[in-house]
Design a protein around this ligand. Structure first.
Ligand SMILES: [Zn+2]
Length: 353
């Protein structure tokens, strides 16, 4: 949408959702305080009646307003240039670049540069570089290269660094992960179920998050740059299927699409979890063996725990080899109840602990 074609209602809506995409298209003058802001300014929103929109900073200044010290509305173009330059430097470097080094190239202080970069990409420069290396490693691995080649191709200094970085990390589709969900639309809702309040979120490809006792804040943390929309017609149909699957898990849920992305190892573990039939359980060593890494029992446990979509990727069907429940991200009562509903034999009841 071009700035010229926007009316004030559209501008105000952009201000209310702190839309970064419209930074540089107009500024918001606050007549009571005498300052003007970019649309995405993080400061508390002024009253609508006290606002006047201007095409740019120059227009606002000639009306006697001063730029906001928090969002620095006159720096939009400079910020964009700095972020693009930093991304190019990160991509072109074999070694991780220090924050001070990156900031020095842009003329910003490290703290200010970190804030600007994070506002644009949804990730800190260090996290962005890490995600980029992981993505390159994933790509190299899926191209069928040997693991060690993939490690060096991706710019890691050696195998131990590679595994350190991959451990416990979890992504989505590559671009969504690198940009904090930028460009992705995620519909979500919190619904009451017999297991407590359940958060369900989905991209156009499938369910990307299913959890308990979480709300919009948790979702925003995972997908800081995505557009989050509560509800929606198409989403409501999917939501209905998910609730049914959770309330009656023996019915199976292979028909429900999921949208997750992890390391090659995590994805292999999640695929194995999907193969465990309702009413059965596996141990962490069973899963490690099933993905061809019988010694990676602890890593299988971590991959299990990094699962973003509870129930549909049935990590609750993995228990300790002694038959005890092991852990569960949302508490053992929910794991116990899910297994009971599925009719898993010989589950120790929580009362036994
Ligand atoms: Zn401001």
């Amino acid at each position: 949408m071009s700035g010229d074609l926007m009316d004030d209602d559209a501008r105000w809506a952009a201000v209310l959702r702190r839309d970064r995409a419209l930074d540089g298209r107009f500024v918001t003058g606050v007549l009571t305080t005498g300052i003007y802001c970019r649309p995405s300014c993080a400061a508390r929103h002024p009253h609508r009646d006290n606002i006047r929109f201007f095409a740019d900073g120059a227009a606002a200044r000639s009306a006697g307003l001063r730029p906001c010290k928090r969002c620095l509305p006159d720096d939009v173009a400079r910020d964009e240039g700095a972020v693009l330059a930093a991304i190019a430097a990160i991509k072109g470097s074999e070694e991780p670049l220090a924050l001070a080094d990156l900031a020095g190239r842009t003329g910003y202080s490290p703290t200010h540069f970190q804030r600007v970069f994070t506002r644009h990409t949804g990730l800190s420069p260090a996290a962005y570089a890490r995600a980029l290396r992981e993505e390159r490693a994933r790509q190299a691995l899926s191209d069928g290269n040997r693991v060690t080649d993939a490690i060096y191709d991706a710019g890691f200094s050696g195998p131990s660094r590679f595994y350190e970085n991959m451990e416990g990390r979890m992504g989505m589709t590559a671009s969504a992960w690198v940009n904090g969900g930028k460009g992705a639309t995620i519909h979500w809702a919190v619904v009451p179920t017999s297991l407590g309040d359940m958060l369900v979120a989905a991209t156009t490809k499938g369910v990307c998050r299913l959890s308990f006792a979480e709300g919009r804040d948790a979702l925003e943390e995972r997908f800081p740059a995505a557009e989050l929309i509560e509800g929606g017609d198409a989403f409501a149909a999917l939501l209905g299927q998910v609730v049914e699957a959770v309330e009656a898990p023996t019915g199976g849920f292979d028909h429900i699409p999921i949208d997750v992305k992890g390391t090659a190892f995590q994805e292999a573990v999640w695929r194995e979890l999907r193969k465990i039939p309702a009413g059965e359980t596996r141990s962490y060593s069973d899963i490690a063996a099933a993905v061809g890494k019988p010694k990676a029992v602890r890593a299988a446990g971590s991959a299990n725990g990094a699962n973003n979509v509870a129930v549909l990727i049935p990590c609750h069907r993995v228990v300790r080899s002694d038959g005890s429940l092991g852990g569960y991200a949302y508490g053992l009562p929910i794991k116990d109840e899910l297994l009971r509903r599925e009719g898993a034999p010989g589950q120790p009841r929580l009362d036994d602990f």
